[in-house]
Design a protein around this ligand. Structure first.
Ligand code: CA
Ligand code: CA
Length: 145
């Protein structure tokens, strides 16, 4: 889908992927970003579908985190897997989402995502610290469509 393909420049994508790597140096949590031009489903439902489609529920500690952005819908959802949700405070994702939305409001989507990704790494460190023998269970990349 062209909208998602062209949303970030190659260098912006590189910066976002770099943020994922940096965040995953703090935590065993696995972060991914998914961009979509448009969805006709309720966005939360669609984000969950993408989460499963990307096999993000298959991590050993159930600590995958998906940042899902539907461009035309102007919607943004963060999905954390159940291992995380059992450990963090109820407003954990809302507080991260709020830090992202601040930048989205001024149309700085790259900085918004990077801020959210790095925040997630910092905040997950307490519950899911990085381990010496860490495996990169989910690819650090932006998926689309
Ligand atoms: Ca990992
Ligand atoms: Ca990863």
């Amino acid at each position: 889908m062209a909208l998602a393909e062209d949303f970030f420049s190659i260098s912006e994508e590189t910066e976002i992927v770099q943020a994922i790597k940096e965040a995953e140096e703090n935590t065993s949590g696995e972060i991914r970003v998914h961009l979509e031009g448009h969805t006709s489903l309720p966005v939360f439902e669609r984000a969950k579908e993408v989460f499963f489609h990307l096999n993000m529920d298959k991590t050993a500690d159930r600590n995958g985190v998906l940042f899902y952005l539907a461009i035309e819908n102007k919607s943004f959802v963060i999905i954390g897997d159940e291992g995380i949700n059992q450990k963090v405070e109820a407003d954990f994702w809302d507080s991260i989402k709020n830090s992202v939305i601040e930048y989205f409001k001024i149309a700085d989507f790259k900085t918004g995502l990077i801020t959210g990704i790095l925040n997630t790494g910092e905040k997950l460190k307490a519950h899911f610290p990085y381990q010496e023998d860490d495996i990169d269970e989910l690819p650090n990349e932006i998926s689309k469509g």
